[in-house]
Design a protein around this ligand. Structure first.
Ligand SMILES: [Zn+2]
Ligand SMILES: [Zn+2]
Length: 278
């Protein structure tokens, strides 16, 4: 059985519709797929329909943004009960944070002489919640900058005039949300936060103390030494292990659906906590 427990559709920052995502997963011989869009479950209904049609097992997932120290970290929730009021409240909370931030970015851009940024970014975002990539695209479209990179360099990046920081909820809060919705909490891609190994270990320890359940030991294609190291850290903290591609787009083959090694045999797979025997 191939489990891919982390990917994104166009309901957050992915390229594909949930239906296209599921059929790509099927083509790529994934048996169990979790759709984990950022702070939304809006794609899960369509994904479930597609999964039923093609015979893939879909796990209801989400990827919540959380705060650890000065930085953002991501916590994946797997096996969520979609009717959970706590889940709805959590999503509302995150949505509100994103909307407020988008408003603030737009008003800072207005001060810098860029009009209509909120409406422009919204039109680009479509079904997704407005974020910095949409503002960046808007700045390119109106000719304020030549490309996405310069949009960040000139306006949206750290320390620039339209740089607005999020203040996300802390890890205990997010883990609680996931547990209250009947789900399992997984600390996503621990190597992608630009931390030293010591800091990363401290993060994982804090996540464990926040009652987190599992560590994403594999995130897409990665060196086996990293997998072994993370498997060891998961074991020390008594965390289960998860694996996923973090697929966003077919143009990024190193994180294509199902395109990663199996979990080391010594890991306790997170799917045991989700009721799978394998
Ligand atoms: Zn993430
Ligand atoms: Zn992700």
């Amino acid at each position: 059985m191939k489990f891919d427990l982390h990917c994104h559709s166009h309901f957050s920052d992915g390229i594909l519709s949930p239906e296209m995502l599921v059929s790509r997963a099927k083509e790529r011989e994934v048996n169990v797929l979790a759709l984990t869009d950022h702070d939304t479950i809006a794609g899960l209904f369509l994904a479930q329909q597609a999964a039923d049609e093609c015979g893939i097992i879909l796990i209801n997932g989400i990827e919540f943004s959380s705060q650890w120290g000065k930085g953002g970290v991501h916590i994946v929730g797997l096996g969520l009960k979609l009717e959970s009021q706590s889940l709805k409240d959590a999503i509302d909370h995150q949505n509100h944070a994103r909307v407020c931030r988008a408003d603030q970015i737009a008003s800072r851009l207005a001060k810098a002489g860029i009009a209509g940024a909120l409406e422009g970014a919204q039109a680009i975002a479509g079904e997704a919640v407005v974020g910095r990539p949409h503002f960046a695209q808007y700045l390119v479209n109106i000719g304020a900058v030549n490309n996405i990179n310069s949009a960040f360099k000139k306006y949206l990046g750290a320390g620039k005039s339209a740089d607005v920081k999020y203040q996300w909820p802390d890890m205990p809060t997010v883990v609680n949300w996931i547990h209250a919705a009947g789900g399992v909490a997984v600390l996503a891609h621990p190597c992608k936060y630009d931390l030293t190994r010591t800091k990363m270990c401290a993060l994982i320890k804090d996540f464990t103390q926040a009652s987190g359940d599992a560590l994403e030991v594999i995130s897409g294609m990665q060196a086996s030494a990293i997998t072994d190291d993370l498997a060891g850290i998961a074991a020390v903290n008594n965390l289960a292990s998860s694996c996923g591609s973090d697929f966003h787009s077919p143009n990024q083959p190193w994180q294509d659906l199902g395109n990663f090694s199996n979990l080391p045999a010594r890991c306790k797979p997170v799917w045991q906590l989700l009721g799978f025997a394998a």
